[in-house]
Design a protein around this ligand. Structure first.
Ligand code: DGJ
Length: 547
Protein backbone atom coordinates (compact mmCIF):
# COMPACT_ATOMS: atom_id res chain seq x y z
CA UNK A 1 0.00 0.00 0.00
CA UNK A 2 1.31 3.44 -0.88
CA UNK A 3 1.89 5.96 1.93
CA UNK A 4 -0.96 8.19 0.67
CA UNK A 5 -3.37 5.22 0.64
CA UNK A 6 -2.30 4.32 4.15
CA UNK A 7 -2.93 7.88 5.35
CA UNK A 8 -6.37 7.91 3.70
CA UNK A 9 -7.28 4.57 5.27
CA UNK A 10 -6.15 5.79 8.68
CA UNK A 11 -8.23 8.95 8.29
CA UNK A 12 -11.33 6.99 7.25
CA UNK A 13 -10.83 4.75 10.25
CA UNK A 14 -10.51 7.69 12.59
CA UNK A 15 -13.61 9.36 11.14
CA UNK A 16 -15.64 6.22 11.66
CA UNK A 17 -14.96 6.40 15.39
CA UNK A 18 -15.04 10.16 15.83
CA UNK A 19 -18.18 11.25 17.72
CA UNK A 20 -20.84 12.93 15.57
CA UNK A 21 -20.13 16.61 15.70
CA UNK A 22 -22.33 18.37 18.21
CA UNK A 23 -24.87 20.77 16.73
CA UNK A 24 -24.69 24.33 17.98
CA UNK A 25 -26.90 24.90 21.06
CA UNK A 26 -30.18 26.72 20.37
CA UNK A 27 -29.95 30.35 21.44
CA UNK A 28 -31.83 33.59 21.22
CA UNK A 29 -30.30 36.56 19.47
CA UNK A 30 -31.52 40.14 19.08
CA UNK A 31 -30.80 42.90 16.60
CA UNK A 32 -32.47 46.29 16.19
CA UNK A 33 -35.22 45.33 18.61
CA UNK A 34 -36.01 42.10 16.78
CA UNK A 35 -35.31 38.52 17.78
CA UNK A 36 -34.50 35.12 16.39
CA UNK A 37 -34.17 31.66 17.84
CA UNK A 38 -31.03 30.21 16.29
CA UNK A 39 -31.17 26.46 15.81
CA UNK A 40 -28.11 24.86 14.28
CA UNK A 41 -26.85 28.42 13.90
CA UNK A 42 -29.74 29.77 11.79
CA UNK A 43 -33.10 31.44 12.59
CA UNK A 44 -35.83 28.89 13.19
CA UNK A 45 -39.58 29.45 13.25
CA UNK A 46 -41.36 27.25 15.78
CA UNK A 47 -44.54 25.93 14.21
CA UNK A 48 -45.58 24.31 17.44
CA UNK A 49 -48.12 21.83 18.77
CA UNK A 50 -48.71 21.77 22.51
CA UNK A 51 -50.04 18.49 23.85
CA UNK A 52 -52.79 18.31 26.48
CA UNK A 53 -51.59 18.40 30.07
CA UNK A 54 -51.73 14.66 30.73
CA UNK A 55 -50.13 13.41 27.54
CA UNK A 56 -46.67 13.24 29.14
CA UNK A 57 -46.50 9.45 29.39
CA UNK A 58 -44.99 7.02 26.88
CA UNK A 59 -48.33 5.33 26.24
CA UNK A 60 -49.96 8.67 25.40
CA UNK A 61 -47.52 9.80 22.74
CA UNK A 62 -48.98 8.13 19.67
CA UNK A 63 -51.99 10.48 19.38
CA UNK A 64 -49.65 13.42 20.00
CA UNK A 65 -47.43 12.60 17.02
CA UNK A 66 -50.48 11.89 14.88
CA UNK A 67 -51.96 15.32 15.55
CA UNK A 68 -48.62 17.14 15.34
CA UNK A 69 -47.98 15.51 11.97
CA UNK A 70 -51.44 16.38 10.70
CA UNK A 71 -50.78 19.95 11.79
CA UNK A 72 -47.42 20.00 9.98
CA UNK A 73 -45.84 21.21 13.21
CA UNK A 74 -42.07 21.14 13.43
CA UNK A 75 -41.97 21.27 17.24
CA UNK A 76 -43.97 19.63 20.03
CA UNK A 77 -44.40 21.33 23.41
CA UNK A 78 -44.61 18.68 26.09
CA UNK A 79 -44.88 18.82 29.89
CA UNK A 80 -42.40 17.06 32.11
CA UNK A 81 -43.81 16.97 35.63
CA UNK A 82 -41.95 17.11 38.90
CA UNK A 83 -44.23 14.34 40.31
CA UNK A 84 -43.23 12.19 37.37
CA UNK A 85 -39.45 12.55 37.52
CA UNK A 86 -38.99 12.56 41.31
CA UNK A 87 -41.79 10.45 42.78
CA UNK A 88 -39.51 9.60 45.71
CA UNK A 89 -37.38 12.41 47.06
CA UNK A 90 -33.89 12.37 45.59
CA UNK A 91 -34.59 9.46 43.19
CA UNK A 92 -34.94 10.63 39.63
CA UNK A 93 -36.61 8.82 36.77
CA UNK A 94 -36.17 10.38 33.35
CA UNK A 95 -37.41 7.42 31.36
CA UNK A 96 -40.28 9.44 29.88
CA UNK A 97 -37.85 12.14 28.76
CA UNK A 98 -35.74 9.46 27.06
CA UNK A 99 -38.76 8.04 25.25
CA UNK A 100 -40.00 11.48 24.28
CA UNK A 101 -36.68 12.62 22.83
CA UNK A 102 -36.15 9.35 20.98
CA UNK A 103 -39.63 9.39 19.44
CA UNK A 104 -39.38 13.09 18.59
CA UNK A 105 -36.25 12.35 16.58
CA UNK A 106 -37.98 9.48 14.81
CA UNK A 107 -40.87 11.81 14.03
CA UNK A 108 -38.46 14.55 12.90
CA UNK A 109 -39.81 16.96 15.48
CA UNK A 110 -38.06 19.34 17.82
CA UNK A 111 -39.21 19.73 21.41
CA UNK A 112 -39.95 22.44 23.93
CA UNK A 113 -40.05 21.01 27.45
CA UNK A 114 -42.54 22.48 29.92
CA UNK A 115 -41.38 22.12 33.51
CA UNK A 116 -44.48 21.60 35.65
CA UNK A 117 -42.95 22.11 39.09
CA UNK A 118 -43.93 24.26 42.06
CA UNK A 119 -46.66 25.95 40.03
CA UNK A 120 -48.95 24.70 37.27
CA UNK A 121 -51.75 27.19 36.55
CA UNK A 122 -50.68 28.64 39.95
CA UNK A 123 -51.35 25.44 41.93
CA UNK A 124 -49.19 22.69 43.41
CA UNK A 125 -50.96 19.90 41.53
CA UNK A 126 -47.87 18.64 39.68
CA UNK A 127 -45.57 18.51 42.72
CA UNK A 128 -44.70 15.04 44.06
CA UNK A 129 -46.74 13.58 46.91
CA UNK A 130 -43.89 14.14 49.35
CA UNK A 131 -44.22 17.86 48.66
CA UNK A 132 -48.01 17.96 48.72
CA UNK A 133 -48.16 16.15 52.04
CA UNK A 134 -45.63 18.26 53.91
CA UNK A 135 -46.92 21.86 54.09
CA UNK A 136 -44.71 22.61 57.08
CA UNK A 137 -41.64 22.03 54.95
CA UNK A 138 -43.24 23.27 51.73
CA UNK A 139 -45.49 26.13 52.88
CA UNK A 140 -48.41 27.64 51.07
CA UNK A 141 -49.05 31.39 50.80
CA UNK A 142 -50.76 32.80 53.88
CA UNK A 143 -53.70 35.15 53.80
CA UNK A 144 -53.83 38.26 56.02
CA UNK A 145 -55.50 36.26 58.79
CA UNK A 146 -52.78 33.61 58.65
CA UNK A 147 -54.95 31.02 56.87
CA UNK A 148 -53.30 28.80 54.30
CA UNK A 149 -53.90 29.42 50.59
CA UNK A 150 -53.91 26.80 47.77
CA UNK A 151 -50.74 28.10 46.06
CA UNK A 152 -47.21 27.41 47.29
CA UNK A 153 -45.32 30.33 48.77
CA UNK A 154 -42.39 31.78 46.82
CA UNK A 155 -40.79 32.20 50.26
CA UNK A 156 -40.67 28.44 50.85
CA UNK A 157 -36.89 28.01 51.01
CA UNK A 158 -37.17 24.22 51.03
CA UNK A 159 -39.59 24.22 48.11
CA UNK A 160 -37.20 26.33 46.07
CA UNK A 161 -34.28 24.09 46.98
CA UNK A 162 -36.18 20.93 46.05
CA UNK A 163 -37.68 22.28 42.81
CA UNK A 164 -34.29 23.65 41.77
CA UNK A 165 -32.59 20.34 42.43
CA UNK A 166 -35.16 18.49 40.31
CA UNK A 167 -34.92 21.05 37.51
CA UNK A 168 -31.14 20.92 37.54
CA UNK A 169 -31.33 17.13 37.35
CA UNK A 170 -33.65 17.45 34.34
CA UNK A 171 -31.34 19.90 32.58
CA UNK A 172 -28.35 17.67 33.36
CA UNK A 173 -30.20 14.74 31.84
CA UNK A 174 -31.09 16.74 28.73
CA UNK A 175 -27.47 17.73 28.38
CA UNK A 176 -26.46 14.08 28.59
CA UNK A 177 -28.90 12.81 25.99
CA UNK A 178 -29.26 15.83 23.71
CA UNK A 179 -26.18 17.99 23.50
CA UNK A 180 -25.22 16.38 20.20
CA UNK A 181 -28.54 16.42 18.36
CA UNK A 182 -30.27 19.35 20.08
CA UNK A 183 -33.79 18.05 19.69
CA UNK A 184 -34.86 20.17 22.68
CA UNK A 185 -34.96 23.86 21.72
CA UNK A 186 -36.25 25.66 24.80
CA UNK A 187 -37.56 25.05 28.29
CA UNK A 188 -40.55 26.64 29.98
CA UNK A 189 -39.94 27.07 33.71
CA UNK A 190 -43.16 26.41 35.70
CA UNK A 191 -46.55 27.04 34.09
CA UNK A 192 -48.85 30.07 34.40
CA UNK A 193 -47.64 31.21 37.81
CA UNK A 194 -49.20 33.69 40.21
CA UNK A 195 -52.04 33.38 42.70
CA UNK A 196 -55.77 33.68 42.14
CA UNK A 197 -57.86 35.35 44.81
CA UNK A 198 -54.96 36.52 46.99
CA UNK A 199 -52.73 39.42 46.10
CA UNK A 200 -49.58 38.12 47.81
CA UNK A 201 -48.14 35.98 50.54
CA UNK A 202 -48.67 37.49 54.02
CA UNK A 203 -46.53 34.92 55.87
CA UNK A 204 -44.01 36.39 58.35
CA UNK A 205 -41.14 35.80 55.90
CA UNK A 206 -43.04 37.51 53.08
CA UNK A 207 -44.13 40.38 55.30
CA UNK A 208 -40.53 41.00 56.41
CA UNK A 209 -39.41 41.15 52.77
CA UNK A 210 -42.34 43.40 51.88
CA UNK A 211 -41.14 45.93 54.43
CA UNK A 212 -37.64 46.06 52.95
CA UNK A 213 -36.62 48.70 50.39
CA UNK A 214 -37.46 47.80 46.77
CA UNK A 215 -34.28 46.30 45.22
CA UNK A 216 -32.33 48.68 42.99
CA UNK A 217 -32.62 46.32 40.00
CA UNK A 218 -36.41 46.57 40.21
CA UNK A 219 -36.37 50.35 40.66
CA UNK A 220 -34.19 50.66 37.58
CA UNK A 221 -36.78 48.94 35.40
CA UNK A 222 -40.26 49.18 36.93
CA UNK A 223 -41.14 52.84 37.05
CA UNK A 224 -41.80 54.06 40.62
CA UNK A 225 -45.31 55.45 41.15
CA UNK A 226 -45.35 57.27 44.49
CA UNK A 227 -41.79 57.73 45.80
CA UNK A 228 -38.46 57.20 44.01
CA UNK A 229 -37.11 54.84 46.68
CA UNK A 230 -38.36 53.15 49.82
CA UNK A 231 -40.44 50.12 50.72
CA UNK A 232 -42.75 48.47 48.22
CA UNK A 233 -45.74 50.39 49.59
CA UNK A 234 -43.87 53.68 49.55
CA UNK A 235 -42.66 53.27 45.98
CA UNK A 236 -45.60 51.53 44.31
CA UNK A 237 -48.62 52.62 46.41
CA UNK A 238 -51.75 50.64 45.48
CA UNK A 239 -49.73 48.38 43.17
CA UNK A 240 -47.24 47.41 45.90
CA UNK A 241 -48.74 44.03 46.84
CA UNK A 242 -49.02 42.63 43.33
CA UNK A 243 -45.63 44.00 42.25
CA UNK A 244 -44.05 42.49 45.33
CA UNK A 245 -45.64 39.11 44.61
CA UNK A 246 -44.41 39.29 41.00
CA UNK A 247 -40.91 40.04 42.27
CA UNK A 248 -41.02 37.17 44.80
CA UNK A 249 -42.19 34.64 42.21
CA UNK A 250 -39.84 35.96 39.51
CA UNK A 251 -36.88 35.71 41.87
CA UNK A 252 -37.83 32.11 42.72
CA UNK A 253 -38.20 31.10 39.07
CA UNK A 254 -35.11 33.08 38.10
CA UNK A 255 -33.03 31.13 40.58
CA UNK A 256 -34.30 27.82 39.21
CA UNK A 257 -33.72 28.91 35.61
CA UNK A 258 -30.19 30.17 36.35
CA UNK A 259 -29.26 26.92 38.09
CA UNK A 260 -30.63 24.93 35.15
CA UNK A 261 -28.78 27.05 32.62
CA UNK A 262 -25.54 26.65 34.54
CA UNK A 263 -25.82 22.93 33.81
CA UNK A 264 -27.21 23.12 30.28
CA UNK A 265 -27.68 26.49 28.66
CA UNK A 266 -30.93 26.47 26.70
CA UNK A 267 -33.29 29.43 26.17
CA UNK A 268 -35.88 29.59 28.96
CA UNK A 269 -39.22 31.31 29.25
CA UNK A 270 -42.28 31.75 31.42
CA UNK A 271 -45.89 31.77 30.18
CA UNK A 272 -48.70 33.97 31.37
CA UNK A 273 -52.44 33.69 32.00
CA UNK A 274 -53.21 37.17 30.76
CA UNK A 275 -54.84 40.12 32.40
CA UNK A 276 -57.05 42.30 30.20
CA UNK A 277 -54.60 44.07 27.88
CA UNK A 278 -57.18 46.71 26.97
CA UNK A 279 -57.44 48.08 30.50
CA UNK A 280 -55.19 51.08 30.07
CA UNK A 281 -53.72 52.22 32.34
CA UNK A 282 -53.97 48.93 34.25
CA UNK A 283 -55.84 49.25 37.53
CA UNK A 284 -54.53 47.70 40.76
CA UNK A 285 -55.28 43.98 41.12
CA UNK A 286 -58.87 43.32 42.06
CA UNK A 287 -59.12 39.52 41.96
CA UNK A 288 -59.28 39.83 38.17
CA UNK A 289 -56.11 37.89 37.25
CA UNK A 290 -53.42 35.77 38.89
CA UNK A 291 -51.48 38.24 41.00
CA UNK A 292 -47.72 37.86 40.69
CA UNK A 293 -47.88 36.16 37.29
CA UNK A 294 -45.83 37.64 34.45
CA UNK A 295 -48.59 39.89 33.12
CA UNK A 296 -47.51 42.50 30.59
CA UNK A 297 -47.39 45.31 33.14
CA UNK A 298 -44.78 43.52 35.29
CA UNK A 299 -42.52 42.22 32.52
CA UNK A 300 -39.90 44.67 33.81
CA UNK A 301 -40.06 43.17 37.29
CA UNK A 302 -39.50 39.73 35.79
CA UNK A 303 -36.58 41.06 33.71
CA UNK A 304 -35.05 42.59 36.84
CA UNK A 305 -35.60 39.65 39.20
CA UNK A 306 -35.15 36.75 36.76
CA UNK A 307 -32.48 37.66 34.21
CA UNK A 308 -32.03 33.98 33.36
CA UNK A 309 -35.59 33.90 32.02
CA UNK A 310 -35.27 35.02 28.40
CA UNK A 311 -38.90 35.49 27.43
CA UNK A 312 -42.22 36.31 29.06
CA UNK A 313 -44.81 34.74 26.78
CA UNK A 314 -48.59 35.20 26.46
CA UNK A 315 -51.07 32.29 26.49
CA UNK A 316 -53.87 33.59 24.31
CA UNK A 317 -57.37 32.36 25.10
CA UNK A 318 -59.47 35.37 24.15
CA UNK A 319 -60.09 35.46 20.39
CA UNK A 320 -61.35 39.05 20.25
CA UNK A 321 -59.12 40.69 17.67
CA UNK A 322 -58.52 43.81 19.79
CA UNK A 323 -57.36 41.60 22.67
CA UNK A 324 -55.10 39.45 20.51
CA UNK A 325 -53.48 42.45 18.82
CA UNK A 326 -52.97 44.27 22.12
CA UNK A 327 -51.31 41.21 23.63
CA UNK A 328 -49.00 40.78 20.66
CA UNK A 329 -48.01 44.42 20.93
CA UNK A 330 -47.46 44.30 24.70
CA UNK A 331 -45.42 41.09 24.77
CA UNK A 332 -43.34 41.70 21.63
CA UNK A 333 -40.70 44.16 22.80
CA UNK A 334 -37.10 45.01 22.07
CA UNK A 335 -36.18 43.22 25.33
CA UNK A 336 -38.72 40.42 24.95
CA UNK A 337 -39.07 38.18 21.93
CA UNK A 338 -42.62 37.46 20.86
CA UNK A 339 -43.35 33.77 21.44
CA UNK A 340 -46.89 32.43 21.78
CA UNK A 341 -46.68 29.01 23.46
CA UNK A 342 -50.47 28.63 23.76
CA UNK A 343 -53.48 29.72 21.74
CA UNK A 344 -56.87 28.09 21.83
CA UNK A 345 -57.84 25.65 19.10
CA UNK A 346 -61.12 27.34 18.18
CA UNK A 347 -61.06 28.07 14.44
CA UNK A 348 -61.29 31.82 15.19
CA UNK A 349 -57.66 31.78 16.33
CA UNK A 350 -56.30 30.49 13.02
CA UNK A 351 -56.18 33.87 11.29
CA UNK A 352 -54.03 35.39 14.01
CA UNK A 353 -51.12 33.15 13.04
CA UNK A 354 -50.54 35.67 10.24
CA UNK A 355 -50.35 38.47 12.81
CA UNK A 356 -47.94 36.54 15.02
CA UNK A 357 -45.62 35.34 12.29
CA UNK A 358 -45.80 38.67 10.48
CA UNK A 359 -44.81 40.50 13.64
CA UNK A 360 -41.68 38.40 13.90
CA UNK A 361 -42.68 35.92 16.60
CA UNK A 362 -40.07 33.20 17.08
CA UNK A 363 -42.99 30.81 17.01
CA UNK A 364 -46.51 29.92 17.96
CA UNK A 365 -48.34 26.89 19.25
CA UNK A 366 -52.01 25.97 19.50
CA UNK A 367 -52.77 24.18 22.78
CA UNK A 368 -54.36 20.74 23.09
CA UNK A 369 -52.95 19.20 19.93
CA UNK A 370 -53.37 15.48 20.35
CA UNK A 371 -56.17 13.10 19.60
CA UNK A 372 -56.79 12.10 23.19
CA UNK A 373 -60.55 12.18 23.68
CA UNK A 374 -60.63 15.41 25.65
CA UNK A 375 -61.57 18.97 24.79
CA UNK A 376 -60.88 22.13 26.79
CA UNK A 377 -63.90 23.85 25.28
CA UNK A 378 -64.84 26.71 25.72
CA UNK A 379 -61.18 27.73 25.62
CA UNK A 380 -60.52 25.48 22.67
CA UNK A 381 -62.48 23.61 20.02
CA UNK A 382 -65.16 21.08 20.99
CA UNK A 383 -63.82 18.48 18.56
CA UNK A 384 -61.13 15.97 19.48
CA UNK A 385 -60.43 14.69 15.99
CA UNK A 386 -58.55 15.96 12.97
CA UNK A 387 -60.80 18.99 12.64
CA UNK A 388 -58.99 20.66 15.57
CA UNK A 389 -55.80 21.04 13.57
CA UNK A 390 -57.35 22.24 10.30
CA UNK A 391 -57.53 26.01 10.97
CA UNK A 392 -53.85 25.98 11.90
CA UNK A 393 -52.58 23.40 9.42
CA UNK A 394 -53.91 25.60 6.65
CA UNK A 395 -51.45 28.31 7.66
CA UNK A 396 -48.58 26.07 8.85
CA UNK A 397 -48.70 24.38 5.43
CA UNK A 398 -47.67 27.69 3.85
CA UNK A 399 -44.86 28.46 6.26
CA UNK A 400 -43.42 24.98 6.86
CA UNK A 401 -41.31 24.80 3.67
CA UNK A 402 -39.93 28.31 4.22
CA UNK A 403 -39.80 28.47 8.01
CA UNK A 404 -36.05 29.18 8.06
CA UNK A 405 -36.31 31.83 5.37
CA UNK A 406 -39.34 33.44 7.03
CA UNK A 407 -37.55 33.54 10.40
CA UNK A 408 -34.62 35.27 8.72
CA UNK A 409 -36.86 37.81 6.96
CA UNK A 410 -38.66 38.48 10.24
CA UNK A 411 -35.36 38.92 12.05
CA UNK A 412 -34.35 41.41 9.36
CA UNK A 413 -37.59 43.36 9.89
CA UNK A 414 -39.05 42.55 6.48
CA UNK A 415 -42.31 40.94 7.53
CA UNK A 416 -45.72 42.08 8.70
CA UNK A 417 -49.05 40.38 9.15
CA UNK A 418 -52.54 40.70 10.51
CA UNK A 419 -55.73 38.72 11.03
CA UNK A 420 -59.13 40.04 10.08
CA UNK A 421 -60.60 42.30 12.77
CA UNK A 422 -63.89 41.54 14.48
CA UNK A 423 -65.10 44.85 12.98
CA UNK A 424 -64.42 43.36 9.50
CA UNK A 425 -62.92 46.70 8.47
CA UNK A 426 -60.12 47.28 5.92
CA UNK A 427 -56.56 47.22 7.26
CA UNK A 428 -53.24 48.49 6.04
CA UNK A 429 -49.68 47.21 6.38
CA UNK A 430 -46.98 49.75 5.55
CA UNK A 431 -43.59 48.82 4.11
CA UNK A 432 -40.82 51.12 2.92
CA UNK A 433 -42.14 52.56 -0.35
CA UNK A 434 -45.31 50.48 -0.52
CA UNK A 435 -48.51 49.71 1.38
CA UNK A 436 -50.68 46.62 1.42
CA UNK A 437 -54.40 47.41 1.66
CA UNK A 438 -56.42 44.51 2.99
CA UNK A 439 -60.18 44.14 2.67
CA UNK A 440 -62.47 41.30 3.65
CA UNK A 441 -65.77 39.61 2.85
CA UNK A 442 -65.52 40.37 -0.87
CA UNK A 443 -65.97 38.00 -3.77
CA UNK A 444 -63.10 37.51 -6.15
CA UNK A 445 -64.58 39.61 -8.96
CA UNK A 446 -65.79 43.20 -9.04
CA UNK A 447 -66.16 46.01 -6.54
CA UNK A 448 -68.61 46.27 -3.66
CA UNK A 449 -69.28 49.88 -4.74
CA UNK A 450 -71.11 48.52 -7.80
CA UNK A 451 -73.90 47.44 -5.45
CA UNK A 452 -76.37 44.57 -5.86
CA UNK A 453 -74.76 41.13 -5.85
CA UNK A 454 -71.31 42.73 -5.85
CA UNK A 455 -71.97 44.33 -2.48
CA UNK A 456 -73.13 41.12 -0.79
CA UNK A 457 -70.55 39.52 1.53
CA UNK A 458 -69.07 36.42 -0.07
CA UNK A 459 -70.34 33.04 1.11
CA UNK A 460 -68.25 31.55 3.90
CA UNK A 461 -67.31 34.93 5.37
CA UNK A 462 -70.03 35.04 8.03
CA UNK A 463 -67.39 34.89 10.77
CA UNK A 464 -64.10 36.82 10.64
CA UNK A 465 -61.55 34.37 9.30
CA UNK A 466 -59.13 35.94 6.84
CA UNK A 467 -55.67 37.37 7.13
CA UNK A 468 -52.31 37.77 5.48
CA UNK A 469 -48.61 37.85 6.23
CA UNK A 470 -46.36 39.70 3.82
CA UNK A 471 -42.59 39.78 3.43
CA UNK A 472 -40.81 42.50 1.50
CA UNK A 473 -38.23 40.25 -0.11
CA UNK A 474 -36.68 42.99 -2.28
CA UNK A 475 -37.35 46.76 -2.34
CA UNK A 476 -40.13 46.30 -4.91
CA UNK A 477 -41.01 42.66 -4.36
CA UNK A 478 -43.32 40.97 -1.90
CA UNK A 479 -44.28 37.49 -0.84
CA UNK A 480 -47.96 37.53 0.09
CA UNK A 481 -49.40 34.61 2.07
CA UNK A 482 -53.01 34.64 3.13
CA UNK A 483 -56.57 33.50 2.82
CA UNK A 484 -60.03 35.07 2.60
CA UNK A 485 -58.61 38.50 1.96
CA UNK A 486 -58.31 40.97 -0.90
CA UNK A 487 -54.84 42.48 -1.02
CA UNK A 488 -53.95 45.57 -3.03
CA UNK A 489 -50.32 46.55 -3.13
CA UNK A 490 -50.07 50.28 -3.62
CA UNK A 491 -47.29 52.84 -3.77
CA UNK A 492 -46.75 54.65 -0.48
CA UNK A 493 -48.68 57.86 -0.20
CA UNK A 494 -47.35 60.61 -2.45
CA UNK A 495 -45.42 58.23 -4.74
CA UNK A 496 -46.24 56.55 -8.06
CA UNK A 497 -46.07 52.88 -8.80
CA UNK A 498 -47.90 49.87 -10.14
CA UNK A 499 -48.02 46.12 -9.97
CA UNK A 500 -45.96 44.47 -12.70
CA UNK A 501 -46.44 40.80 -12.02
CA UNK A 502 -48.13 38.46 -9.57
CA UNK A 503 -46.94 34.88 -9.61
CA UNK A 504 -48.88 32.18 -7.82
CA UNK A 505 -46.52 29.50 -6.63
CA UNK A 506 -44.86 27.68 -3.78
CA UNK A 507 -41.46 26.88 -2.40
CA UNK A 508 -40.01 23.42 -2.94
CA UNK A 509 -38.27 21.37 -0.28
CA UNK A 510 -34.98 23.11 -1.12
CA UNK A 511 -36.59 26.50 -0.56
CA UNK A 512 -36.67 27.41 -4.25
CA UNK A 513 -39.63 29.32 -5.65
CA UNK A 514 -41.73 27.27 -8.04
CA UNK A 515 -43.95 29.46 -10.20
CA UNK A 516 -47.27 27.82 -11.02
CA UNK A 517 -48.94 30.56 -13.02
CA UNK A 518 -49.09 34.31 -13.47
CA UNK A 519 -52.21 36.12 -12.30
CA UNK A 520 -53.49 38.76 -14.70
CA UNK A 521 -56.80 40.05 -16.07
CA UNK A 522 -59.78 39.18 -13.84
CA UNK A 523 -57.39 37.74 -11.29
CA UNK A 524 -55.78 41.12 -10.59
CA UNK A 525 -58.30 43.73 -11.78
CA UNK A 526 -59.97 43.77 -8.37
CA UNK A 527 -56.92 43.28 -6.18
CA UNK A 528 -55.34 39.98 -5.30
CA UNK A 529 -58.21 37.89 -3.99
CA UNK A 530 -56.93 35.09 -1.86
CA UNK A 531 -59.46 32.27 -1.46
CA UNK A 532 -60.57 30.24 1.54
CA UNK A 533 -57.52 27.96 1.28
CA UNK A 534 -54.29 29.94 1.74
CA UNK A 535 -52.23 30.85 -1.25
CA UNK A 536 -48.81 32.27 -1.87
CA UNK A 537 -48.11 35.02 -4.39
CA UNK A 538 -44.87 36.65 -5.38
CA UNK A 539 -45.70 40.19 -6.35
CA UNK A 540 -43.42 42.50 -8.29
CA UNK A 541 -44.08 46.22 -8.16
CA UNK A 542 -42.48 48.93 -10.25
CA UNK A 543 -42.23 52.67 -10.74
CA UNK A 544 -42.69 53.96 -14.31
CA UNK A 545 -40.28 56.59 -15.58
CA UNK A 546 -41.65 60.05 -16.32
CA UNK A 547 -43.28 59.99 -19.80
C1 DGJ B 1 -53.38 27.32 30.18
C2 DGJ B 1 -52.39 26.34 30.76
O1 DGJ B 1 -51.08 26.83 30.62
C3 DGJ B 1 -52.52 24.99 30.09
O2 DGJ B 1 -51.63 24.08 30.67
C4 DGJ B 1 -53.96 24.51 30.19
O3 DGJ B 1 -54.31 24.29 31.52
C5 DGJ B 1 -54.88 25.54 29.55
N1 DGJ B 1 -54.73 26.80 30.21
C6 DGJ B 1 -56.34 25.18 29.61
O4 DGJ B 1 -56.61 24.07 28.83
Amino acid sequence: MKATHLAAAALACLMAFAPTQAAEAPRLVSQNGRHALLVDGKPFLILGAQAHNSSNYPGALKPVWAAANDLKANTVLMPVAWEQVEPVEGRFDFSFVDTLVKQAREQKKRLVILWFGTWKNTSAQYTPEWVKLDPRRFPFNRDRDGSSNYSLSPFGAETLKADKRAFVALMGHLKKIDSTERTVLMVQVENEVGTYGLVRDFSPAAQAAFEQPVPAAVLARQKPKAAATGTWREVYGDYADEYFHAWAIARYIGEIAAAGKAVYDLPMYVNNALRNPLEQPPKPWNKDFASGGPTWDVIDIYKAAAPAVDIVAPDIYNPESAQVNANLRLFGRADNALWVPEIGTKPAYGRFLYAMLGRGAIGVSPFGIDYFDYSNHPLGATATDKTIVEPFERVYRMFAPIQRQWAQWAFDGKTQGIGEGDDRKPQQLDFPGWSAKLTYRLGRFGEAAWGGEFAKPAAGTEEPGGGAAIAQIAPDEFLVIGHRVRVRMEPAEGTKGLMLRAEQGRFDAQGRWVMERVWNGDQVDYGLNLPAEPMMLKVKMGRPAQP
